[in-house]
Design a binder for this molecule. Sequence first.
Ligand code: AMP
Length: 276
Amino acid sequence: MKSFNTKEKLVAYLNSVRGKNLKIGLVPTMGALHEGHLSLIAASKEKCDLTIASIFVNPTQFNKADDLLKYPKPIERDKQLLEKAGCDILFNPEVSEMYHDNERWNYKVGNLNTILEGKFRPGHYEGVTQIVYKLFTLVEPDFAFFGQKDYQQFLVISELTKHFKLPIQLQACPIIREKDGLAMSSRNVRLNQLEHEKSLQLYQSLKFIKANYGKLPKEGLLNQAKGFYNDDLLDLEYLEIADQHTLSPINDQKNAIVLVACSVGSTRLIDNMMLP
Ligand code: AMP
């Protein structure tokens, strides 16, 4: 696997191979890789001739300084995992390589910025779109792979891509879970054993909603599911059933998704499930 930490070297390499008519796949990550990330690498390898993973803990998308500070960075382990997964290129820049001082980003995220994740993490999607735009225009991939785990992020990036008319096909890949159902996340390593057990309530509540969707009125169903979070260690931010395309409140039963965000101790987790 080739590894680059400057834009110049990455672009020089990509320019040297671009004429060969290769399909390029990009997998943006913040590292601390797990099977969820590796499933995106596998999806890219299936569709593309050249797979690029980026590892960049993007400061502009963190709305809590402490979360950024505590974000795990096991770069040597990550490199080994990418190598083993057959990734072709790693792009792992420093913050100063991607941002200059007092940089502005004027893209308006729209309605998705004010609901669910957007509401609870002010500024998050501005930061996400800022870095993804930089990566997209740097790499100019044919395909980019994202996880359904960050479903709202996928919709935001879809809008970004349309807005700038970027010729990149986006692909959402299924959520990879631990054996016990917990959606894999780089933040899971912060959970102690008790917190890990409690965090299973997210998956349990989503399964409960999926099993009963359409059988009970929406509000009653959500109220019952919120009962899963009656625990001192759990701090539920939202549990909502929404339209899959807009994430607005849903009126009919088709094309729905249930999404949840909950802190378990000091670790914030998200998950979702398509309905019915
Ligand atoms: P992150 O490193 O958390 O920014 O995630 C990088 C990419 O991996 C994003 O597209 C995530 O949606 C995706 N991802 C994270 N966790 C999972 C998972 N459990 N299953 C599938 N994809 C995931």
